[in-house]
Design a protein around this ligand. Structure first.
Ligand code: ZN
Length: 349
C-alpha cells in the first residue's frame, strides 16, 4: 500500500484478466491485528522513551509490520539495561491500563499543537491533522495510521534489541502479542533444556557456575600436566641428541598438545643446548606442524637458515611457513608427511 497524491494505492502481484470488472479487496484480519498492535505499541513506547530518556528523544524512523516494530530515535548513548527495563515496565503498565483510543480527525494543526501532540520529524502536515491519543497525559501524536481501540489487546511488550543506526541515533526493535508470547515460551523451553542437561538442579545458576568452576579447575590441572609432559619430552630429546662438530642435533617426531608447546619446546632446547639444531615435527589437533630452531652462532658459522629449511620441509606436509634464520614454524595438511620431514632433516647436514 502506498500513498500517491492523497490517494491510497494498493499494489498487487498480478493484474487480473478483466481490468474493468468489479473487485473486492480483502484485509488479512490477523496480519492487520498484529500490525495494529505493533503500531499502537510504538506510540506507547515513544512516550515512554521521552519519559525515561528525556524530551530530546524524537522519532527518526519507524517500521511496523505484523512481526515486529522498529523505531529509530535521537539519543546520544547506548541504552542501559535499567533504561530498557524501565521502558518495558512503563509500556506494559500502560497496556494493562487498557487505555481507550481517542482518535480525532480534522483537528486544526494549531489546536493539535496546543494539545501537545508530537509531530514526526521531517513530516509535512496540512492545516488539518489527525490526533491519536492514548491518555491525554501520556501519549498524544499526529498520526494517520491504524490503531487498537484499547491498549489491552497489545499483550506483552518486549524489547528484543537496541542498537546504533548512526551518530546520535538509536534503534529499538520490539515485539508484542503472539510474538512476545512465543518468545517467552521458547525461552522457557531453552531453560528446560538446560535444566535437563544439568540433571534438574534446584538452582540452575549455581549449577552452571559449578560446571564453569570445575572446567577451569580441570583446565589448570591439564595445563600443569601438559607442562610436565613437555618437560619430560625435552629431557628425552636431549638424551637422544646427536652431538659433534660443535652441534647438538635433535630431529624428532613427537606428540604435543598444542602449537604453543611445540614452539616452547624448540625454544627451550635451543636456549639450553650449545650449538642446537632442532627440527621437531608433531601432529597437533589433527594437523601436522613443524618447528625449526638453530643456535645463532650456528646460523652464522654454518650459514644455516631456519626459514629456508622449513620452507623445504613443509612441502612434505603440503604446507608452508616461515620465520627468522634462527627460528621458524610451519603448518600443513598432510599428517602422513611428518616422517618424511624427519628423514629429510637427517639428510640436511
Ligand atoms: Zn499511529
Amino acid at each position: 500500500t502506498q500513498k500517491e497524491n492523497d490517494l491510497i494505492v494498493h499494489l498487487i502481484d498480478k493484474l487480473p484478466e478483466n481490468l474493468t470488472a468489479n473487485f473486492e479487496a480483502k484485509v488479512d484480519a490477523h496480519k492487520r491485528l498484529m500490525t495494529v498492535n505493533n503500531h499502537s505499541a510504538t506510540h506507547l513506547m515513544h512516550a515512554a522513551l521521552r519519559q525515561v530518556l528525556g524530551n530530546h528523544v524524537e522519532q527518526r524512523g519507524s517500521l511496523v509490520n505484523e512481526k515486529q516494530l522498529r523505531f529509530d530515535f535521537s539519543h546520544f548513548a547506548k541504552l542501559t539495561g535499567e533504561e530498557i527495563k524501565e521502558i518495558e515496565r512503563i509500556v506494559n503498565e500502560r497496556i494493562r491500563a487498557n487505555i481507550t483510543l481517542d482518535a480525532q480527525t480534522n483537528v486544526p494543526i494549531e489546536k493539535a499543537k496546543e494539545m501537545g501532540a508530537m509531530a514526526l520529524f521531517g513530516e509535512k502536515y496540512g492545516n488539518f491533522v489527525r490526533v491519536i491519543t492514548f491518555d491525554k497525559n501520556y501519549s498524544v501524536e499526529l498520526c494517520g495510521g491504524t490503531h487498537t481501540r484499547a491498549t489491552g489487546q497489545i499483550g506483552l511488550f518486549k524489547i528484543v534489541s537496541e542498537s546504533s543506526v548512526a551518530a546520535g541515533i538509536r534503534r529499538i526493535e520490539a515485539i508484542t502479542a503472539e510474538a512476545s508470547e512465543q518468545l517467552v515460551l521458547s525461552q522457557e523451553a531453552i531453560l528446560q533444556e538446560v535444566k535437563k542437561v544439568l540433571k534438574n538442579p534446584k538452582d540452575i545458576v549455581s549449577a552452571v557456575q559449578l560446571v564453569v568452576e570445575e572446567k577451569n579447575k580441570l583446565t589448570k590441572q591439564l595445563e600443569a600436566f601438559q607442562k610436565e609432559q613437555v618437560k619430560n619430552l625435552k629431557a628425552e630429546l636431549k638424551a637422544k641428541a646427536v652431538r659433534g662438530d660443535g652441534m647438538t642435533k635433535i630431529f624428532a617426531k613427537v606428540a604435543l598438545p598444542n602449537a604453543e608447546a611445540l614452539k616452547q619446546l624448540a625454544h627451550d632446547i635451543k636456549r639450553e643446548e650449545k650449538g642446537a639444531f632442532i627440527i621437531i615435527a608433531a601432529e597437533i589437533a589433527g594437523k601436522p606442524q613443524i618447528a625449526v630452531a638453530i643456535d645463532e652462532d650456528l646460523v652464522k658459522s654454518k650459514n644455516l637458515n631456519a626459514g629456508k629449511i622449513i620452507r623445504d620441509l613443509a612441502k612434505n606436509i603440503n604446507g608452508g611457513g616461515g620465520g627468522q634464520p634462527f627460528f621458524a614454524t610451519a603448518g600443513g595438511s598432510k599428517i602422513s608427511g611428518l616422517d618424511a620431514v624427519i628423514l629429510e632433516a637427517d639428510s640436511l647436514i
